[in-house]
Design a protein around this ligand. Structure first.
Ligand code: TYD
Ligand code: MG
Length: 507
């Protein structure tokens, strides 16, 4: 087999994409552009960056021991021709089309029964798209895709490189997804898989997982960077040529060090990550990239005895996991894309009497943000916690990345230190600045509506939030963290103080 280098000069769409995608910055473009006639490059399994020489550390993302040999070679002649012939009416590629003559939606999207899945996909599955579903082993990727297979009208090909047909059948039976329309194929050879997809022309093909398939024309074992990249690029061409949407499963470890999804992100049309703690119920399917829709959407599911269920009202599910209001809990509203979620934050502060540096542990919250909030509380909120151990936990295994939860966390810390619970039915919104000022947050009205819809009666929000107030929700505006603390935890302890004050218009 010829192993002539083609680098970025190849014009095959799928493969060109593979390179342009992998090329992230100018330095890399230059490097790839003047690539000598070498047949071997090194690709970082974590960020997909390429170098000509092996090094212990990736020059792009600085990860250690992630560079793997990548053999650049042309696809064998004939294979592309074979796949290309299966296209019924390929238009002449030489004629450019006026933008006005292109119909917006060439083929309708395949809609699934679960709105949560459609939402993340941007409104359903686009024919001919290549979708990567990544996640840690055991999180529920195979389960989710078997549910999806069952929800498609028409034939679905489920290729498993990890499990036997019996194992896949057992899972399908457990999920109540037994249907003669679901065809199983236990196979690792990419040639066989590609031929089966072409021959069966299913409505949807699922390849579980991309790390277990190998193209015999390419060196390296299944799961190596070369195999993963080339196999995905070939499936991309196949999807585009046949119009069959293909879902790839990709395992990632916590470190992301194994060859796979990170490298694939550049190649595929859509990247979805299934997140969640295996020991907990909730799973989030998060769009990280989507050529056919918003990359901000999340879908929420719950894992149970009989597989996954969609959770169309995640706030209710998350609040049901919350405990009763106690000193140190606060409910915040964070936005996930266009979606407001009510989430409970818990904190525990514990005074240390020894000289050991205090511990700061945050689950579901950036620990650096916790450090910042502790400093602000100390200097601006009369809450010195410098000698306290601090533990922060977000209910439901959710990770909060939005600063809009700052004030909620700060008040939960202040409340725990004072051993005073916040009033029941209160939500807190606001970002905290270093001067202790409470900053406005985006989409306040949406967040307040969500709180009102779930029966919350009081809200503490940043002053100057020009927003409508949902009926039944008493809104109190605050300017600083000190003001918020004095509103919630007045001295002497006097429960209900907030409730009375809330009705007093803000001066
Ligand atoms: P799986 O879909 O096999 O994970 P992945 O493909 O991401 O590796 O799901 C595995 C986990 O899901 C396993 O720990 C058991 C759990 N599970 C249930 O709790 N209920 C079910 O009905 C199924 C099928 C799996
Ligand atoms: Mg699996």
């Amino acid at each position: 087999m010829s192993s002539q280098a083609y680098g970025v000069t190849l014009t095959t769409p799928g493969v060109a994409l593979l390179f342009t995608g992998a090329v992230v910055n100018d330095a890399r473009t230059r490097q790839a552009g003047c690539m000598p006639r070498s047949t071997v490059t090194f690709v970082c399994a974590q960020c997909g960056g390429e170098t000509l020489r092996w090094a212990g550390q990736c020059p792009y993302c600085q990860a250690w021991n992630t560079l793997q040999e990548f053999e650049v070679r042309k696809p064998p002649p004939g294979r592309r021709g074979k796949e290309a012939r299966s296209v019924s009416s390929s238009p002449s590629p030489a004629r450019a089309t006026p933008v006005t003559e292109i119909s917006a939606e060439a083929a309708p999207r395949l809609r699934l029964e679960w709105g949560e899945l459609n939402r993340v996909l941007g409104g359903g599955i686009v024919p001919g798209s290549l979708v990567l579903v990544g996640g840690e082993p055991g999180v529920g990727k195979s389960t989710l895709l078997m549910h999806a297979a069952h929800q498609i009208e028409g034939k679905v090909l489920y290729v498993s490189g990890e499990e036997s047909n019996q194992q896949v059948q057992m899972r399908a039976a457990r999920l109540g997804a037994l249907s003669p329309d679901i065809l199983l194929l236990a196979e690792n050879d990419l040639d066989v898989i590609a031929d089966t997809i072409s021959a069966e022309a299913p409505q949807l093909a699922i390849v579980d997982s991309i790390q277990t398939v190998a193209d015999s024309a390419i060196s390296g074992s299944a799961g190596s960077v070369t195999q993963v990249r080339e196999s995905a690029a070939r499936l991309m061409r196949l999807a585009k040529e046949t119009g069959v949407p293909i879902f790839l499963v990709g395992h990632v470890t916590k470190e992301g060090a194994i060859a796979g999804p990170r490298v694939l992100e550049h190649i595929v049309d859509t990247v979805l990550y299934l997140e969640g703690d295996r020991r907990q119920e909730l799973r989030l399917l998060r769009a990280m990239k989507n050529r056919f829709g918003s990359a901000e959407e999340i879908g929420v599911f719950a894992m149970g005895e009989r597989g996954l269920e969609e959770v169309p009202d995640p706030s209710a599910a998350m609040l049901s996991q919350a405990g009763t209001a106690s000193a140190g809990t606060a409910v915040v509203v964070v936005m996930e894309g266009t979606r407001p979620l009510l989430i409970e934050i818990q904190s525990l502060v514990n005074k240390r009497n020894d000289s050991v540096p205090p511990r700061r542990v945050a689950n579901g919250f950036d620990v650096n943000r916790v450090h910042m909030l502790l400093a602000v509380l100390d200097r601006r909120g009369q809450t010195p916690l410098g000698t306290h151990d601090v533990f922060v936990n977000v209910a439901g295994g959710i990770r909060i990345t939005e600063p809009a939860a700052d004030l909620g966390l700060a008040l939960s810390l202040a409340g725990n230190q004072r051993s005073q619970p916040m009033p029941e039915g209160l939500v807190v919104l606001g970002e905290l600045g270093l001067a202790g000022e409470v900053r406005r947050v985006s989409q306040t009205e949406r967040r307040l509506n969500e709180a009102a819809r779930h029966g919350f009666t009081h809200a503490l929000i940043p002053s100057g939030s020009r927003t409508g107030r949902p009926a039944g929700l008493h809104v109190r505006e605050v300017r600083t963290v000190a003001e918020a603390i004095s509103v919630l935890f007045p001295k002497p302890i006097h429960s209900g103080a907030f409730i009375e004050e809330a009705e007093v218009p803000v001066s």
